[in-house]
Design a protein around this ligand. Structure first.
Ligand code: NAP
Length: 492
């Protein structure tokens, strides 16, 4: 780097997968003047917060890893949560990102004071930076159900993302609310472990089967010897996912083939009564597709019970369903999902002319091409609104977004602008195009899910994932409002 180039001061919020990705890209561009502020006392984001039994990523390991940081040692096609958490720790070590991370450092607000950002932390510190990058994650804020009497439950109760490992499960009566990807994985893992497991299902889910072979010692040795193999595998999986993902955004044979697989998988439930109870009344893939070959065998066990009766209330002894039955429980697990529309919030963000994020998003989260916001100059997001997160690799999306943001910061360093924010017109154009395309996606075929925005449309990417890469390949300068008073050079 030219020693006379100005040095961008960058604050990244969050040391999860996307924060680490952002850090790696900045380092690769020779930018070391960044700090990651992480509110927890360890890095890893979702892989640190979620430790529930059965946690497995349903995106293949070789496609979930960063393309730029291959791991020859993956043990299975699909990895467990702890293995992925170790991978991200290893990436932080390998790329020397750890020194840039400040743990137990919660950002509470950020205010744009032209041309810098003033960032406040919960511990009272105030920072001045040139760029703020939100890498807060998508599914971060647990959603607790508002069931009357929940607090009165006498046993142990916790959310799946706050698993209490001190609570013993063998021999005990465990109740589980929720049949999303999390609930399904927990059922697969707890059947035969808990004394009795009762799953309270409000809505049945389609399940795509998942085979999960081990990588042989030979495969691991070959990947260690020839790192190129990892990249080839990554690209192969990406092509396969791109191919299948088209079924999500376009009706046609791709969509119907995956749907047929789900329907056939359901036939593995032998008891017709149970099968009927597990049959969803909406199209497969409308909700985020659950990928599991362990759920159906587990739910058919004698020590696992499915309850489809509506939950009426909870009392100290357990869950009372609408038919008056008291389901006595020792432990209650809430796999009830997350507030998927929080994004940067609850951080208070104030942009140009006092515009607040809460105000800007009153009608729902809207961004420019998933990464930036009008009136919030030099502020960028990873995994922002409408990122292509449906059954796809989030690391691949983060990679695209982090490259794009790094490109903008490089231009700042080269003195080509002082502040940049997308125009309202460009943001509106993008959102209008998206909203025209969204009704054609499978997510809008008539079901309720965390994908849906307050206007009932999915808050997802409406096109094939590769269009996200293409749109963000280079900044479209005409879409941005730029101020050009060049930053002061930093003396050598
Ligand atoms: P989720 O998909 O939002 O599912 C929440 C579940 O809780 C739903 O079954 C929901 O029922 C139920 N529920 C919520 N409130 C309820 C209430 N008051 N009474 C009864 N049931 C209630 O949450 P999640 O399973 O934690 O998954 C969230 C996302 O995390 C996934 O979609 C996925 O993107 C990600 N994830 C990924 C993996 C992976 O392997 N990659 C693994 C786990 C999670 P309704 O359907 O009726 O609303």
């Amino acid at each position: 780097m030219d020693s006379m180039e100005p040095t961008p001061r960058v604050a990244i919020i969050g040391a999860g997968m996307s924060g680490l990705c952002m850090a790696a890209k900045l380092k690769a561009a020779g930018i070391e003047t960044f700090t990651i502020y992480e509110q927890a006392d360890a890095l890893g984001g979702t892989w640190r917060a979620n430790t529930y039994p059965g946690l497995t990523c349903d995106v293949p390991s070789r496609f979930y890893q960063f393309r730029f940081a291959p791991n020859p040692g993956w043990t299975h096609w699909f990895s467990t949560g702890p293995e992925i958490a170790r991978y991200f720790d290893d990436v932080a070590d390998r790329l020397r990102i750890g020194d840039h991370v400040e743990l137990a450092s919660e950002v509470t607000s950020a205010r744009f004071e032209d041309p810098v950002w003033r960032v406040a932390l919960a511990d009272g510190r105030e920072l001045t930076v040139d760029f703020v990058i939100s890498a807060c994650g998508v599914l971060r804020v647990p959603r607790y159900p508002s069931i009357p009497g929940l607090e009165s439950f006498a046993g142990a109760a916790f959310h799946s993302a706050r698993w209490d490992h001190d609570v013993r499960l063998p021999g005990r009566r465990v109740g589980l609310i929720g049949t999303g990807s999390t609930g399904a994985q927990i059922v697969g893992a707890l059947g035969g472990v808990a004394g009795e497991l009762t799953l309270f299902q409000r809505t049945a889910q389609w399940m795509l089967p998942m085979v999960n072979p081990r990588y042989s010692r030979l495969t691991r040795a070959l990947h260690r010897r020839f790192p190129r193999l990892d990249r080839l595998a990554y690209d192969r999986w990406r092509r396969a996912f791109e191919f299948a993902a088209q079924g999500l955004t376009e009706a046609g044979w791709r969509r119907s083939s995956v749907q047929a697989l789900c329907r056939r998988h359901l036939q593995s439930v032998k008891d017709p009564e149970l099968r009927r109870a597990l049959t969803p009344d909406y199209e497969p893939m409308c909700k985020r597709l659950v990928v599991s070959s362990r759920f159906y065998p587990a739910i058919q066990r004698d020590d696992v019970t499915l309850v489809t009766e509506r939950i009426d209330h909870i009392e100290p002894a357990g869950i009372v369903t609408a038919d008056g039955t008291v389901h006595e429980l020792d432990v209650l697990v809430l796999a009830t999902g997350f507030d998927a529309h929080a994004y940067v919030q609850p951080i208070e963000l104030t942009g140009r002319d006092g515009v607040t994020l809460d105000g800007a998003w009153e009608g729902g989260p809207r961004a420019y091409m998933t990464v930036a916001l009008p009136a919030f100059p030099n502020f960028f997001m990873l995994m922002g609104p409408h990122s292509p997160v449906g059954n796809y690799s989030l690391t691949e999306i983060a990679d695209t977004q982090a490259e794009y943001i790094t490109e903008w910061i490089g231009r700042w360093q080269a003195g080509r602008y002082a502040t940049a924010a997308p125009t309202q017109a460009a943001t509106d154009r993008f959102n209008a195009a998206l909203r025209t395309a969204l009704p054609g996606t499978v997510w809008a075929t008539g079901c309720n899910s965390w994908y849906l925005d307050q206007d009932g449309l999915p808050e997802l990417w409406a096109w094939a994932p590769h269009t996200h890469r293409e749109m963000l390949a280079t900044p479209r300068l005409d879409d941005y409002q730029i101020t050009t008073s060049a930053p002061e050079p930093t003396p050598a």
